[in-house]
Design a binder for this molecule. Sequence first.
Ligand SMILES: C[S@@+](CC[C@H](N)C(=O)[O-])C[C@H]1O[C@@H](n2cnc3c(N)ncnc32)[C@H](O)[C@@H]1O
Length: 237
Amino acid sequence: MSRLRTLLEWTRSVVHVLCGGDRRRTVLLMWRRPRGLFQPYGTTQENRYPGLFRLLRQGLDDVPQTRVLSFGCSTGEEVFSLARYFQLARIHGVDVDANRIGACMRRWRREGHDPRLSFACAGDVSQEVAGSYDLVVAMSVFRHGALSRTPINCSTWIRFADFDRAIDDLARVLKPGGLLVILHSNFRFGDTGTASQFDCVRLRSVQISPIYGCDDRLIPGMPGDDGVYRKRQAPTA
Ligand SMILES: C[S@@+](CC[C@H](N)C(=O)[O-])C[C@H]1O[C@@H](n2cnc3c(N)ncnc32)[C@H](O)[C@@H]1O
Protein backbone atom coordinates (compact mmCIF):
# COMPACT_ATOMS: atom_id res chain seq x y z
CA MET A 1 0.00 0.00 0.00
CA SER A 2 2.75 2.44 0.98
CA ARG A 3 4.67 1.46 -2.19
CA LEU A 4 1.58 2.29 -4.24
CA ARG A 5 1.27 5.64 -2.47
CA THR A 6 4.96 6.42 -3.13
CA LEU A 7 4.52 5.52 -6.79
CA LEU A 8 1.41 7.72 -7.02
CA GLU A 9 3.16 10.65 -5.33
CA TRP A 10 6.18 10.25 -7.59
CA THR A 11 3.97 10.13 -10.71
CA ARG A 12 2.10 13.22 -9.54
CA SER A 13 5.41 15.06 -9.02
CA VAL A 14 6.59 14.17 -12.53
CA VAL A 15 3.28 15.40 -14.01
CA HIS A 16 3.66 18.69 -12.06
CA VAL A 17 7.21 19.15 -13.35
CA LEU A 18 6.03 18.59 -16.92
CA CYS A 19 3.04 20.93 -16.55
CA GLY A 20 5.16 23.90 -15.38
CA GLY A 21 3.93 26.86 -13.33
CA ASP A 22 4.15 27.09 -9.54
CA ARG A 23 3.54 23.34 -9.07
CA ARG A 24 6.71 22.71 -11.03
CA ARG A 25 8.62 25.23 -8.90
CA THR A 26 7.31 23.55 -5.75
CA VAL A 27 8.31 20.03 -6.79
CA LEU A 28 11.78 21.19 -7.83
CA LEU A 29 12.17 23.03 -4.51
CA MET A 30 11.09 19.95 -2.52
CA TRP A 31 13.56 17.78 -4.44
CA ARG A 32 16.37 20.27 -3.94
CA ARG A 33 15.33 21.03 -0.34
CA PRO A 34 17.63 23.98 0.42
CA ARG A 35 18.76 24.39 4.03
CA GLY A 36 16.13 26.06 6.21
CA LEU A 37 13.27 25.52 3.75
CA PHE A 38 9.82 25.98 5.33
CA GLN A 39 6.68 26.10 3.19
CA PRO A 40 7.68 24.91 -0.31
CA TYR A 41 4.34 25.91 -1.89
CA GLY A 42 4.26 29.38 -3.43
CA THR A 43 0.54 30.02 -2.94
CA THR A 44 -0.05 33.76 -2.87
CA GLN A 45 -2.28 36.42 -4.37
CA GLU A 46 -2.56 40.12 -4.95
CA ASN A 47 -3.71 42.09 -1.86
CA ARG A 48 -4.04 38.82 0.09
CA TYR A 49 -4.39 40.41 3.55
CA PRO A 50 -6.14 43.80 3.01
CA GLY A 51 -7.24 44.30 6.67
CA LEU A 52 -3.75 43.60 7.93
CA PHE A 53 -2.10 45.77 5.28
CA ARG A 54 -4.38 48.70 6.26
CA LEU A 55 -3.53 48.16 9.94
CA LEU A 56 0.20 48.13 9.21
CA ARG A 57 -0.07 51.27 7.11
CA GLN A 58 -1.88 53.04 10.00
CA GLY A 59 0.82 51.95 12.44
CA LEU A 60 3.85 53.04 10.41
CA ASP A 61 5.03 56.29 8.82
CA ASP A 62 5.19 56.13 5.06
CA VAL A 63 8.35 58.09 4.29
CA PRO A 64 11.31 57.30 2.00
CA GLN A 65 13.32 56.15 5.04
CA THR A 66 10.75 53.46 5.97
CA ARG A 67 11.98 49.96 5.11
CA VAL A 68 9.79 46.88 4.78
CA LEU A 69 10.94 43.27 4.38
CA SER A 70 8.71 40.59 2.89
CA PHE A 71 10.30 37.28 3.95
CA GLY A 72 9.05 34.43 1.73
CA CYS A 73 7.63 36.77 -0.93
CA SER A 74 7.00 33.99 -3.49
CA THR A 75 6.27 35.51 -6.93
CA GLY A 76 6.05 39.05 -5.56
CA GLU A 77 2.32 39.75 -5.17
CA GLU A 78 2.89 40.62 -1.48
CA VAL A 79 5.63 43.15 -2.33
CA PHE A 80 3.65 44.81 -5.14
CA SER A 81 0.54 44.95 -2.92
CA LEU A 82 2.46 46.49 0.00
CA ALA A 83 3.86 49.04 -2.46
CA ARG A 84 0.32 50.29 -3.05
CA TYR A 85 -0.32 50.74 0.69
CA PHE A 86 3.12 52.31 1.29
CA GLN A 87 3.72 54.79 -1.51
CA LEU A 88 7.10 56.07 -0.32
CA ALA A 89 8.67 53.25 1.73
CA ARG A 90 11.30 50.92 0.31
CA ILE A 91 10.21 47.28 0.15
CA HIS A 92 12.53 44.29 -0.17
CA GLY A 93 11.31 40.79 -1.04
CA VAL A 94 13.32 37.67 -0.14
CA ASP A 95 12.53 34.12 -1.19
CA VAL A 96 14.54 30.90 -1.08
CA ASP A 97 13.37 29.92 -4.57
CA ALA A 98 15.36 31.49 -7.43
CA ASN A 99 12.55 30.76 -9.93
CA ARG A 100 10.06 32.75 -7.86
CA ILE A 101 12.53 35.63 -7.48
CA GLY A 102 12.96 35.46 -11.28
CA ALA A 103 9.18 35.93 -11.63
CA CYS A 104 9.35 38.94 -9.23
CA MET A 105 12.11 40.52 -11.30
CA ARG A 106 10.26 39.99 -14.60
CA ARG A 107 7.18 41.73 -13.19
CA TRP A 108 9.34 44.51 -11.71
CA ARG A 109 10.87 45.17 -15.16
CA ARG A 110 7.48 44.94 -16.92
CA GLU A 111 5.95 47.42 -14.49
CA GLY A 112 8.62 50.10 -14.84
CA HIS A 113 11.50 49.31 -12.47
CA ASP A 114 10.07 50.98 -9.35
CA PRO A 115 13.31 52.00 -7.56
CA ARG A 116 11.66 51.49 -4.15
CA LEU A 117 11.35 47.73 -4.73
CA SER A 118 14.10 45.12 -4.65
CA PHE A 119 14.35 41.34 -4.49
CA ALA A 120 16.89 38.74 -3.42
CA CYS A 121 17.08 34.98 -3.48
CA ALA A 122 18.00 33.75 0.02
CA GLY A 123 16.83 31.26 2.63
CA ASP A 124 17.60 33.60 5.52
CA VAL A 125 18.35 37.26 6.19
CA SER A 126 21.98 36.86 7.25
CA GLN A 127 23.02 39.27 4.46
CA GLU A 128 20.73 42.04 5.76
CA VAL A 129 22.02 44.81 8.02
CA ALA A 130 21.08 44.62 11.71
CA GLY A 131 18.41 47.11 12.86
CA SER A 132 17.58 48.22 9.31
CA TYR A 133 13.85 47.43 8.91
CA ASP A 134 10.72 49.09 10.32
CA LEU A 135 8.47 46.19 9.34
CA VAL A 136 9.17 42.51 8.65
CA VAL A 137 6.36 40.26 7.41
CA ALA A 138 6.64 36.46 7.28
CA MET A 139 3.25 35.26 6.13
CA SER A 140 2.42 31.65 5.25
CA VAL A 141 6.15 30.82 5.41
CA PHE A 142 6.68 29.02 8.76
CA ARG A 143 4.45 26.11 7.89
CA HIS A 144 4.22 23.12 5.57
CA GLY A 145 1.29 21.92 3.47
CA ALA A 146 1.90 18.30 4.55
CA LEU A 147 1.05 19.21 8.17
CA SER A 148 -2.61 19.75 7.33
CA ARG A 149 -2.82 15.93 7.75
CA THR A 150 -1.65 16.56 11.38
CA PRO A 151 1.19 14.02 11.62
CA ILE A 152 2.30 13.55 15.23
CA ASN A 153 5.79 14.92 14.53
CA CYS A 154 6.66 17.66 12.01
CA SER A 155 10.43 17.17 11.78
CA THR A 156 10.31 15.30 8.46
CA TRP A 157 9.08 18.55 6.89
CA ILE A 158 10.01 21.50 9.12
CA ARG A 159 11.74 21.85 12.50
CA PHE A 160 11.16 24.15 15.45
CA ALA A 161 14.93 24.72 15.79
CA ASP A 162 15.00 26.23 12.26
CA PHE A 163 11.98 28.40 13.10
CA ASP A 164 13.66 29.60 16.31
CA ARG A 165 16.82 30.51 14.37
CA ALA A 166 14.89 32.24 11.57
CA ILE A 167 12.88 34.33 14.06
CA ASP A 168 16.05 35.32 15.87
CA ASP A 169 17.52 36.53 12.58
CA LEU A 170 14.36 38.42 11.58
CA ALA A 171 14.39 40.12 15.00
CA ARG A 172 18.02 41.09 14.44
CA VAL A 173 17.25 43.04 11.25
CA LEU A 174 14.32 44.92 12.84
CA LYS A 175 14.84 48.38 14.32
CA PRO A 176 13.88 48.78 17.98
CA GLY A 177 10.18 49.68 17.88
CA GLY A 178 9.80 47.88 14.53
CA LEU A 179 6.95 45.47 13.75
CA LEU A 180 7.15 41.74 13.06
CA VAL A 181 4.17 39.97 11.50
CA ILE A 182 3.83 36.19 11.63
CA LEU A 183 0.86 34.60 9.91
CA HIS A 184 -0.25 31.01 9.28
CA SER A 185 2.57 29.47 11.28
CA ASN A 186 2.71 25.86 12.51
CA PHE A 187 4.82 27.03 15.48
CA ARG A 188 4.20 29.54 18.23
CA PHE A 189 6.20 32.76 18.21
CA GLY A 190 5.90 32.76 22.02
CA ASP A 191 7.93 29.52 22.20
CA THR A 192 10.99 31.12 20.58
CA GLY A 193 13.95 32.45 22.53
CA THR A 194 13.45 35.84 20.90
CA ALA A 195 9.82 36.41 21.92
CA SER A 196 10.81 38.09 25.20
CA GLN A 197 12.21 41.03 23.19
CA PHE A 198 8.72 41.77 21.80
CA ASP A 199 5.31 43.06 22.90
CA CYS A 200 2.19 41.74 21.26
CA VAL A 201 0.32 44.44 19.33
CA ARG A 202 -2.45 42.25 17.93
CA LEU A 203 -3.20 38.54 18.08
CA ARG A 204 -5.04 36.88 15.22
CA SER A 205 -8.25 35.44 16.60
CA VAL A 206 -9.12 32.73 14.07
CA GLN A 207 -6.53 30.06 13.43
CA ILE A 208 -6.77 26.73 11.77
CA SER A 209 -3.13 25.62 11.48
CA PRO A 210 -2.07 22.64 13.61
CA ILE A 211 0.53 23.72 16.18
CA TYR A 212 3.83 21.94 16.92
CA GLY A 213 5.94 22.47 20.03
CA CYS A 214 9.66 23.05 20.65
CA ASP A 215 10.14 19.25 20.41
CA ASP A 216 8.45 19.17 16.95
CA ARG A 217 5.50 17.22 18.37
CA LEU A 218 1.88 18.06 17.59
CA ILE A 219 0.07 19.79 20.47
CA PRO A 220 -3.57 18.83 19.87
CA GLY A 221 -6.00 21.70 20.42
CA MET A 222 -3.25 24.26 21.03
CA PRO A 223 -4.14 27.68 19.58
CA GLY A 224 -1.43 29.47 17.62
CA ASP A 225 -0.21 32.98 18.40
CA ASP A 226 0.00 34.47 14.90
CA GLY A 227 -0.09 38.24 15.04
CA VAL A 228 1.73 41.55 15.03
CA TYR A 229 4.61 42.04 17.49
CA ARG A 230 6.63 45.14 18.32
CA LYS A 231 10.34 44.90 19.12
CA ARG A 232 11.05 46.64 22.42
CA GLN A 233 13.24 49.71 22.52
CA ALA A 234 16.63 48.96 24.05
CA PRO A 235 16.55 49.90 27.76
CA THR A 236 18.19 53.28 28.43
CA ALA A 237 21.24 53.22 30.68
C1 LIG B 1 2.90 30.17 0.63
S1 LIG B 1 4.20 31.20 0.04
C2 LIG B 1 3.79 32.71 0.88
C3 LIG B 1 3.81 33.91 -0.04
C4 LIG B 1 3.38 35.21 0.63
N1 LIG B 1 4.16 35.51 1.80
C5 LIG B 1 1.92 35.19 0.99
O1 LIG B 1 1.57 35.04 2.16
O2 LIG B 1 1.10 35.31 0.07
C6 LIG B 1 5.61 30.61 0.97
C7 LIG B 1 6.93 31.09 0.38
O3 LIG B 1 7.95 30.96 1.39
C8 LIG B 1 9.15 30.64 0.72
N2 LIG B 1 10.10 30.09 1.70
C9 LIG B 1 10.06 28.91 2.36
N3 LIG B 1 11.12 28.78 3.16
C10 LIG B 1 11.86 29.91 3.03
C11 LIG B 1 13.09 30.37 3.60
N4 LIG B 1 13.79 29.65 4.48
N5 LIG B 1 13.56 31.59 3.23
C12 LIG B 1 12.88 32.35 2.33
N6 LIG B 1 11.72 31.97 1.74
C13 LIG B 1 11.21 30.76 2.09
C14 LIG B 1 8.71 29.66 -0.37
O4 LIG B 1 9.66 29.55 -1.41
C15 LIG B 1 7.38 30.27 -0.81
O5 LIG B 1 7.54 31.11 -1.92
